[in-house]
Design a protein around this ligand. Structure first.
Ligand code: ADP
Ligand code: MG
Length: 433
């Protein structure tokens, strides 16, 4: 807020923006959807996928297979890369590649409709309303008619989420049965998973038709490999001489510590570039990388807190409120239990939790690094957990405000801290002395 004293001069802002030193040549090259010309350190994976899919060049049907690896190990990029290279080898009747991101499309209906609509291009299956067997039959007809004697690759990306959300058996059973019901066209399924043991809950029939081939495993990148990946991207994304050499190494080292995720490494480099550009620096420096790292970390913590179950958010609210009204107060699990009970009484639809359950939530918050708990000996009285918040209060408040059930209680002073009241067995009494 500037109270009208120091109004933001938008003209001046745009002018200095345009006159500022240029950092990015092509910022899109740091997007996660950008497919680079080459994929350093994925030769083996590219070769294995090329070997499995090459028979499509002769019109034969490639086997179904799976790719595993943690996020940011280049699975999606590698499959897209191979699909482009394969298409370049075929002039007529290029194979079809249908991408299904199971994080966005997880019901059998929507997956079948997506495949149909992508191939058809014109006639579309509505978002709801048709029986699934009708869509399945229509899809069979369309595959034979439009894809004809070529191969249709169906890539189920983030297939572990499909299984987590819906079990996955129904749609995978349908998709693995396509070929038996087709006259001309042949399909090949490629599943991409972030988790190694994702398919154990699947129906054995589905498991065997997906898992005949040994899976292709993508290992996390080390710092040197991330450095090579970033170096190649930086050539496309940044102007010459705007990056200090150490910047790439630092981004690579920080991302390697965070489980070798190339996506995070690229985000870090991009954010560092943005910070340098916004503060009108001519070059990106190491300090920009550290700032970027802090910012991304904050976003990550916020996202994590937003995704926690409501009860965990209320436990966090209890800690937040005690801290807010009495920062020097030493918080024990018993205090959290009391404040949580008060809040649960006030927030509609929220159950009281037992001390045991509160303790479980406290452990979860500790594991995720949002709070820390120190065991302290109280001498004669035994031991207790002392809890402190490890995340910035402003960030916690900003996050909790986004929850409409909690929003109205962020100024509520817990009874524990109201000097004239005491809480006995969940009843509030006014202190007489
Ligand atoms: N070997 C590599 N070379 C260049 N860029 C890569 C490489 N591996 C991953 N990337 C990039 O890192 C980001 C994440 O990769 P992605 O394929 O989406 O990972 P995954 O699907 O395993 O989560 C993308 O921007 C991708 O282009
Ligand atoms: Mg992916």
């Amino acid at each position: 807020m500037n109270n009208g004293k120091n109004p933001f001069n938008i003209e001046k802002f745009y002018k200095s923006y345009l006159n500022a030193p240029k950092i990015f040549k092509n910022q899109n090259a740091l997007d996660s959807t950008y497919i680079p010309e080459e994929l350093p350190h994925r030769d083996n994976e590219i070769r294995m996928i090329a070997e499995k899919t090459a028979c499509a060049l002769r019109g034969d049907t490639p086997p179904n297979f799976l790719c595993y690896g943690r996020t940011g190990t280049g699975k999606t990029a590698t499959i897209r890369y191979v699909s482009q290279k394969l298409a370049q080898q075929i002039i007529k009747n290029k194979p079809w590649w249908i991408y299904i991101n199971c994080n966005l499309l997880s019901t059998p209906y929507r997956i079948l409709a997506h495949i149909y609509n992508t191939i058809s291009g014109k006639e579309r299956i509505p978002p709801t309303g048709l029986p699934k067997d009708v869509i399945f039959k229509k899809l069979l007809g369309l595959l034979d008619q439009k894809v004809g004697s070529t191969i249709c690759f169906l890539v189920l990306d983030e297939i572990d989420l499909l299984i987590e959300k819906t079990g996955g058996n129904e749609i995978l059973y349908l998709l693995t049965r396509l070929n038996e019901n087709l006259d001309y066209c042949r399909t090949s399924l490629i599943g991409i998973s972030n988790k190694l043991k994702f398919n154990q809950s699947l129906d054995p029939r589905v498991q065997s038709s997906l898992g005949k081939e040994p899976p292709i495993v993508f290992h996390p990148y080390n710092a040197k490999q991330l450095g090579d990946i970033l170096m190649e991207r930086a050539k496309v994304a940044f102007y010459d001489n705007v990056l200090n050499d150490d910047v790439i190494h630092l981004c690579a080292a920080l991302a390697a510590k965070d489980d070798g995720d190339a996506r995070k490494a690229l985000q870090l480099l991009r954010k560092a570039g943005e910070i340098a550009a916004n503060s009108q620096h001519k070059v990106v420096k190491e300090k920009h990388v550290y700032e970027a790292h802090d910012e991304l970390e904050k976003d990550h913590v916020e996202e994590y807190m937003l995704g926690m179950p409501l009860q965990a958010q209320i436990v966090l609210t209890a800690i937040f409120l005690i801290n807010k009204f009495k920062p020097e107060y030493i918080i024990t699990s018993g205090d959290i239990y009391e404040v949580h009970s008060e809040l649960a009484n006030k927030i509609s639809g929220i159950k009281q939790l037992t001390k045991r359950m509160i303790s479980d939530y406290v452990n979860e918050l500790t594991l995720s690094g949002i709070i820390s708990a120190d065991i302290r000996s109280l001498g004669y009285y035994g031991r207790t957990k002392i809890i402190s918040l490890d995340v910035d209060m402003v960030l916690v408040e900003k996050t909790l405000k986004q929850n409409e059930k909690i929003r109205n209680f962020l100024n509520y002073k817990p009874i524990l801290l109201q000097s004239d009241k005491v809480l006995i067995k969940n009843n509030i009494f006014k202190k007489l002395i």
